[in-house]
Design a binder for this molecule. Structure first.
Ligand code: ZN
Length: 143
């Protein structure tokens, strides 16, 4: 039977044995960290991984800042419309990208010639299948 067919519990046992071995051989002497801490750092990988909600909140915050910065001094951005926070809402592509299991709005500038006021040069001709789902998530945050 191949290793792939072993159940998750057995794999976890092997991982734990290896982790303890690594801890005892390399970590214990050099680092001030307990075995429990080491194990939790190693196995609770979800810590530090950004969630969809966090990603979206950051994205909306930046978009707000960009829009604010632009609207208060549009004359500063006549050439390319880009603020330090990115493009303001009205000049940012509306295409939704699905990347690493998360939705995020394209950061490019709309291409006025091809995309009108909606899409960038890469997306003016593409479908936008995640738009509704993204909007639902935005609504949920802005509620
Ligand atoms: Zn785009």
């Amino acid at each position: 039977m191949s290793v792939c067919k072993e159940n998750a519990k057995q794999i976890r046992e092997i991982e734990t044995k290896i982790a303890k071995y690594i801890f005892n051989s390399y970590i214990k002497e050099k680092c001030k960290i307990s075995q429990a801490e080491f194990m939790s750092k190693l196995f609770f990988k979800s810590q530090g991984v950004i969630t969809q909600e966090e990603l979206l909140k950051d994205e909306l915050k930046l978009l707000d800042k960009a829009t604010e910065a632009y609207d208060s001094h549009p004359e500063k951005y006549i050439n390319n419309k880009k603020t330090v926070f990115g493009y303001p809402d009205e000049y940012r592509c509306h295409h939704i990208i699905y990347k690493k299991h998360k939705f995020t709005r394209c950061k490019n500038k709309v291409d006025e010639e091809n995309g009108g006021d909606m899409f960038c040069l890469h997306h003016w001709d593409s479908e936008n299948p995640y738009e509704k789902e993204y909007q639902k998530l935005v609504d949920k945050i802005e509620e």
